[in-house]
Design a protein around this ligand. Structure first.
Ligand code: ATP
Ligand code: ZN
Length: 299
């Protein structure tokens, strides 16, 4: 293996994952000098360079050692993992973090008027997809034999063109399916953007850089969901109010000047708070409730 003292990370050049991936990297303290061709971007703040490519190329770049990390949809990673396995190749890349954006699902959809009676409905049908390996894997698990029609794009129009009876495609809102008179009947794979890395651990300086980056990305992801909740509560109601938040261990309480029976409480909580919870807290005795997003956190 070649020794390198700079880490190379691959991300999608143009597409759904481009902006959120750049945002994650910038929040983790990475900034890049944009080159004219925008393919290779030199890292200015850390020894981490960025390669902007098509998402489908990312697993291969990791497998051949051109890149050390990649931000890519789990759908692409798992598809290529199964493809490699089918060819008898050893595993070369793995998912090391789920990144919480680019969420979608790989689903089977049928024309709206076609009945669905479980996976056996698909027996003998032609199913159009860009994910033949994931579909084949699922069909085998279900014990269903069907014909897989590989299409690299515009899968949703295959039934209308008479190329297939069913499709297996990525769905996020379902809008595209509905617009094509298709009905989602079963989810075969859940996806989101993930951080991919080689199966073999990095040995040289890159290992340390990678650790630093992972720690920062973990921090960014934790903070994204975190809320600082502040309120005042009568002493004897604090535990009841905190129970509504399910976060009692991390709360810090301090006395309120001149009001012996009242405490000021601060607590970090994961996940958004709905109005219902705030109203329940108020009913339990809390007042002056304040919910704030968290910018940075170093436990
Ligand atoms: P490229 O030119 O890089 O090959 P692409 O057309 O394959 O781009 P995009 O449409 O930008 O890719 O999708 C990239 C990833 O975004 C998908 O692989 C998937 O993980 C995720 N994604 C999230 N929601 C959807 C959706 N509704 N449809 C397709 N992909 C989605
Ligand atoms: Zn692609």
């Amino acid at each position: 293996m070649i020794n390198r003292d700079r880490l190379r990370i691959a991300a999608q050049k143009n597409g759904r994952l481009s902006d959120p991936a750049r945002d994650l990297m910038s929040r983790a303290g990475l900034s890049f000098r944009e080159s004219r061709d925008r393919l290779f971007c030199f890292g200015e703040t850390q020894p981490v360079d960025l390669l902007l490519v098509r998402d489908d190329d990312i697993p291969g770049l990791i497998a051949e050692g051109t890149c050390d990390l990649g931000i890519v949809g789990r759908n692409v990673l798992d598809e290529q993992r199964l493809e490699r396995a089918a060819k008898g190749l050893p595993p070369a890349f793995q998912e090391i973090r789920a990144l919480g954006f680019g969420r979608c699902r790989l689903s089977i959809a049928l024309p709206q008027d076609m009945p669905w009676e479980g996976p056996q409905t698909l027996a003998g049908l032609r199913i159009a997809t860009s994910y033949p390996a994931l579909l084949d894997d699922w069909l085998k698990q279900q014990g269903v034999r069907a014909d897989i029609v590989m299409l690299s794009g515009s899968v949703e129009i295959a039934p209308r063109l008479g190329k297939a009876e069913a499709i297996c495609d990525l769905v996020s809102t379902g809008g595209t399916l509905a617009a094509n008179q298709l009905r989602e009947v079963v989810v075969i794979h859940q996806s989101e953007a993930v951080l991919a890395a080689p199966v073999e651990a990095l040995q040289d300086e890159r290992a340390e850089i990678c650790d630093l980056l992972l720690r920062r990305m973990d921090g960014v992801m934790q903070v994204r969901e975190a809320r600082l909740v502040m309120f005042e509560s009568p002493r004897d109601a604090v535990s009841t109010v905190l129970a509504l938040l399910h976060e009692s261990e991390t709360a810090s309480c301090c006395a309120l000047d001149g009001q012996a029976d009242w405490l000021s409480v601060q607590v970090i909580r994961q996940g958004k708070l709905d109005w219902q919870t705030l109203e329940d807290m108020k009913r339990a005795g809390a007042r002056r409730l304040l919910v704030l997003p968290v910018e940075q956190m170093l436990p």
